[in-house]
Write a new protein. Structure first.
Length: 105
């Protein structure tokens, strides 16, 4: 349980927040944000936020919950690498993309 807490607070939460508030906000300045890939990623963020919250508040280790979290996290990471970051790179001017490079871990 400590490993989950160490991963999620603050790094995991902050990573989601950076993507939503910085990366997607920048994308929205140049392209329509209403894209199925982005909507799906945001829904996955909400799912993981909810599952992590439940996990960290639970007194017992819920292996099923942990499995769901890891499955969703893997899907989010793959989508970011293969789709979202590619969309962002194409949409943003070079100088803006370089400015946001630190958010594209």
């Amino acid at each position: 349980m400590n490993d989950a807490n160490d991963f999620w607070i603050p790094d995991g939460q902050e990573h989601f927040r950076e993507e939503e508030e910085t990366l997607l906000s920048a994308y929205a300045q140049y392209k329509d944000i209403n894209q199925p890939e982005i909507i799906e990623m945001l829904l996955e963020h909400v799912q993981d936020l909810t599952l992590f919250d439940q996990l960290l508040k639970s007194k017992d280790t819920d292996l099923n919950n942990m499995h769901k979290i890891s499955t969703i996290l893997e899907a989010i990471i793959r989508k970011e690498e293969r789709v979202i970051f590619q969309m962002t790179e194409k949409a943003l001017p070079e100088e803006k993309f370089r400015e946001l490079a630190s958010y594209l871990h």
